[in-house]
Design a protein around this ligand. Structure first.
Ligand code: FMN
Ligand code: SF4
Length: 647
């Protein structure tokens, strides 16, 4: 598709953005009370990559509700904004601040109850402190003060966050706003809080800065729907209060519509956000898993939006815009919609190891080595592929040996599960990149220790991965041996997805890991028409996984699903499995029908090469599942870091 509209500038009030690619607000880098160098480097990097407009992550205007330790009201923020703008300056990207107050969703800075529209409990279970007239005026004043800070710091625009169930939307809500004063009751009164904020912010900074709001319809029964959002938008426009509108979808009732994942198609928000956008007379910014400029161009051509938010697409690859403009769209690293941002002990991205730490790890900082080494990578899963890719970028001579006939490792299995094709996207990208960068790839090549030695590599990266244990080891009850685990109808997720048709009409999935596999196996079996009982010793379905709510919804729709939490397996038999409640008496066992049994327990790492060769040799490194079976984010990070260590 010819890219025409996406590269056109657009006037938003008093400012002009250089193109239509936007990064609507996202948080995660606000864990320190002040703006950090990483925060600055992150945004500057999106500017140098070609993004037209960045909206800084939501942050609080007042200590009475805090999303992160970072708030927009601290002494010195103006200087920090100036440092940020100086770093962004070489690029034409515009920068807006998003002003936020969480109301009943997030606690006050001192950990106490947040200020809220009422004391109706919020979606996170907090009971807010009903704001008095004076408190309301104080918070409105805080929005204005924070807008002035942004103006004094040189930012280009202000966005009032009135979406996702936060305080302004709580005022709009008939559920949370039960007030009988001038701030509650009729919609006109319920809008007053937002209108008053925007009026005062606009009169303080309008004319020099763009002013907009973020709106969104809730999926919650009785929530702030599209109709209410349209009336609010019309009112804001009638008073000429906004220069643009940013329309999202969802709230904390279901986070999976607010930040859709692998199961959501491109443009999944548009059926809702597009309805609201149709009432706009100001420029409209829409989001929803837009991953390529072709996708974004199409939305602009449809006339549904004037700006396209590509948040995660630019987390995954900050050079998305420039690479595409230069005809290198196939080199854009894809966002796979996994939402694994908070897994690695810091905010980050599963596929882009440098996200959030650009000041030290940006790929633009990778330079060709003056001492090219011979590097052998053993294993072609995500950790090995990333290690090979980065080592090749540095100019080393890299050989990658993979035992199987295909690259991808666990990704090659994960992509087979329903709604999980995204895993295949990153495997394909890594594969294409290692070939493009000249890595010598040897498939069907199982390496023994002596063969590794015979390669005479200067550096070896062991990325041999892991395999299922298949002994029904339950780490919450390690003394409980489970007879029957060796029967032929007991399978791993890999066997189930790749080769084995499930036996019979009923199945049991034991999940002691709590991540993708449990969801994948369950959905695969349900889709084949089996009734499935998911058993875990924990208190929830796939408790570590970011996509479990959406999966739960699909399981209900498919039917035949039973969730059995806080249970252990006791014995696997021919057509059923004996289970027992956690901590219950030995004799308290019941039988769950199961013609097929899937065991999901932590994998066994394949560390033999490392154990044999690494002692005393710092040039032999181990990464990914071979080091410890975990997840994609850590596999890619370790492969990346290991390759960068080679000198
Ligand atoms: C880690 C993360 C944090 C987010 N934080 C915010 C936020 O602070 N304010 C906001 O309005 N939206 C926030 N969002 C939502 C995004 O602005 C955007 O609507 C969403 O990611 C969908 O767009 P995408 O598919 O292009 O990523 C966040 C999204 C992510 C992934
Ligand atoms: S963590 Fe996953 S969803 Fe988030 S940007 Fe990276 S690939 Fe996309």
């Amino acid at each position: 598709m010819a890219l025409e509209k996406i590269f056109q500038p657009l006037k938003i009030g008093p400012i002009t953005v250089p193109n239509r690619v936007t990064r609507s607000a996202h948080g995660g880098l606000e864990m320190s009370p002040r703006m950090t160098d990483d925060y600055i480097a992150y945004h500057a990097r999106r500017g140098s990559g070609g993004c037209g407009l960045t909206i800084l992550g939501a942050a609080s205007v007042h200590p009475s509700s805090m999303l992160y330790p970072y708030g927009l009201f601290y002494d010195g923020i103006v200087d920090d904004y100036r440092r940020l703008m100086a770093a962004v300056e070489p690029s034409p990207m515009k920068v807006f601040a998003q002003l936020w107050h969480g109301g009943n969703l997030y606690p006050a800075q001192d950990g106490g109850p947040p200020w809220a529209v009422s004391d109706v409990p919020g979606m996170t279970g907090l009971v807010g402190q009903r704001m008095s007239e004076a408190m309301i005026e104080e918070v409105i004043g805080a929005y204005v003060r924070c807008a002035r800070h942004a103006r004094d710091g040189g930012l280009h625009g202000i966005e009032i966050h009135a979406a996702h169930g936060y305080l302004p939307q709580q005022f709009l809500s008939e559920i949370y706003n039960d007030r009988a004063d001038g701030w509650g009751g009729s919609l006109e009164n319920r809008m007053r809080f937002l209108l008053e904020i925007v009026r005062q912010v606009r009169s303080a900074v309008g004319g020099t800065m763009a002013v907009g709001v973020r709106l969104a319809a809730s999926d919650m029964p009785g929530g702030v729907d599209e109709g209410i959002n349209i009336k609010v938008l019309e009112r804001l426009q009638a008073e000429n209060l906004i220069d643009y509108v940013n329309i999202s979808r969802g709230d904390y009732y279901r986070m999976d519509t607010m930040v859709g994942a692998m199961q959501n198609p491109t443009g999944y928000e548009v059926p809702s956000s597009g309805t609201i956008a149709a009432a706009a007379t100001v420029p409209r910014l829409l989001a929803g898993r837009y991953r390529t400029l072709d996708d974004a161009e199409q939305l602009l051509r449809d006339g549904t939006a004037d700006l396209v938010s590509m948040v995660r697409a630019q987390i995954a690859d900050p050079d998305l815009v420039n690479k595409t403009r230069e005809g290198r769209a196939l080199e854009v690293r894809p966002c796979i919609g996994c939402n694994q941002h908070f897994r690695g002990g810091r905010w980050g991205c599963a596929v882009n190891a440098a996200a959030g730490i650009e000041s030290r790890y940006d790929e633009a900082l990778i330079t060709l080595t003056e001492t090219p080494r011979k590097v052998l990578v053993v294993g072609g899963g995500p950790a090995g592929l990333e290690a090979a890719r980065v080592a090749a970028m540095r100019g080393h001579k890299v050989t990658l040996c993979e035992a199987s006939p295909r690259l991808g490792g666990q990704l090659d299995i994960a992509r087979l599960a329903p709604h999980s094709a995204g895993f295949g996207d990153i495997a394909l990208w890594l594969e294409a990149e290692v070939y493009r960068l000249g890595v010598e790839v040897r498939l069907n090549t199982f390496m023994e220790e002596d063969e590794v030695i015979a390669e005479m590599a200067d550096h070896v990266i062991v990325a041999t991965g892991s395999v299922p244990r298949m002994d029904a080891q339950q780490h919450t009850l390690p003394s409980q041996l489970v007879p029957g685990a060796d029967m032929p109808h007991v399978v791993s997720t890999a066997e189930l997805l790749r080769e084995k048709k499930p036996r019979g009409r009923t199945a049991l999935v034991l999940d002691t890991v709590g991540d993708y596999e449990g969801l994948a196996a369950t959905e695969h079996l349900l889709a084949q028409g089996l009734s499935v009982t998911y058993v875990t010793a924990q208190a929830a379905l796939a408790w570590k996984n970011e996509r479990s709510l959406a999966a739960w919804e699909r399981f209900q729709a498919l039917g035949g699903f039973t969730l059995l939490v806080r249970h252990h397996l006791v014995e696997i038999r021919e057509n059923d499995v004996m289970v027992r409640p956690y901590l219950a008496a030995m004799q308290q066992v019941t039988a769950v029908p199961a013609d097929t049994v899937v065991l999901i327990t932590p994998n066994k790492p394949l560390r033999e090469i490392h154990e044999a060769l690494a002692p005393g040799n710092p040039n032999i490194r181990i990464v990914g599942d071979a080091r410890e079976p975990r997840d994609l984010l850590r596999a890619i990070w370790e492969g990346h870091a290991a390759a960068r260590e080679i000198h």
